[in-house]
Write a protein that binds this ligand. Structure first.
Ligand SMILES: [Zn+2]
Length: 291
């Protein structure tokens, strides 16, 4: 998961149009949002804005699934039910709320992963009417970073409010670990160590280590002198940096973690005799390229 920037005050106008406000009033009256479809909360214009904000990646797992599946406009707070409370009708009043709309891949969003899960530490908001007695729509009352919703103290990290880097770290093999209880909860809710994700992240570090191995072999066989070793290691490190800085590339938070923690992610996994070469090349790369 990666921090995303969304202006909560810039709700797309289409989500606030007369038709949708009418649907929202009906949802509030009926205490359910069953009649509000993805055509209402996720029309092309809204999806496009979310794809820009999330660089066409899943808000939770950073997968670029567009080629093989559709990223779904997804509700951070579930709209139809809450797994943790059978008496809760779901956050039907947030079905069109901009701060509640993320972009989810089918694996993070579906049953077995997030589904309708929304555990919290505080007291749950059971209903809310965003229209006052004069029928004015109070948008502020729906925002994820404001009371009363923020006071629920959600366990699931919100990539537009929280900084996932404060809550999550990685192992040298590419598993995500929680630094905090919310981090651990988020991994569990979205199943962020599922096999496909783990293997995809693992492939990034394994590919880098394979290249280190080839360079090390080149040195052993006398094809590369110290300057050659440094040149090729620097090239590989710059490829990692390019990956990290490509907003549309998958799993950039893991790549960022690798670059900031070479002592745990890289060093223990390369030949002891080659470690000083790597450390020298990394020190220079850090000084010149890494920020
Ligand atoms: Zn996902």
């Amino acid at each position: 998961m990666k921090k995303a920037i969304k202006d909560f005050y810039a709700t797309p106008a289409i989500l606030l149009n007369k038709t949708r406000m009418g649907h929202l009033k009906t949802a509030v009256a009926n205490r359910n949002a069953d009649h509000i479809s993805s055509d209402h909360y996720g029309p092309a214009s809204v999806r496009n804005l979310l794809e820009d904000i999330y660089h066409e990646k899943c808000s939770y797992c950073e997968s670029t699934v567009k080629q093989v599946a559709t990223l779904q406009v997804e509700h951070y707070r579930p709209k139809n039910a809450v797994s943790e409370d059978a008496s809760h009708p779901g956050y039907y009043w947030l079905v069109l709320e901009w701060s509640n709309l993320l972009l989810g891949c089918p694996s993070c969003n579906g049953q077995g992963a997030k589904g309708n899960k929304f555990p919290i530490y505080g007291s749950r908001v059971m209903s809310l009417n965003p229209f006052d007695t004069a029928d004015n729509f109070i948008l502020q009352s729906l925002r994820a970073d404001q009371s009363p919703h923020f006071d629920e103290q959600a366990i699931l990290l919100h990539p537009e409010i929280d900084d996932p880097d404060d809550h999550l770290k990685f192992t040298k093999m590419g598993e995500i670990e929680g630094v905090t209880e919310r981090g651990r909860g988020t991994i569990e809710i979205c199943n962020l160590n599922r096999d496909t994700l783990f293997k995809s992240r693992q492939a990034i570090i394994n590919n880098f280590l394979k290249q280190c191995e080839i360079i090390s072999e080149g040195k052993d066989k006398g094809f590369l002198d110290d300057a050659g070793v440094e040149f090729f290691l620097n090239h590989q490190l710059n490829l990692l940096l390019q990956h990290r800085d490509d907003p549309k590339a998958p799993y950039t938070s893991f790549v960022n973690y690798i670059l900031n923690h070479p002592e745990t992610c890289i060093l223990p996994r390369i030949e002891p005799l080659f470690q000083p070469d790597f450390q020298r090349a990394f020190a220079k790369f850090k000084q010149e390229a890494l920020n």
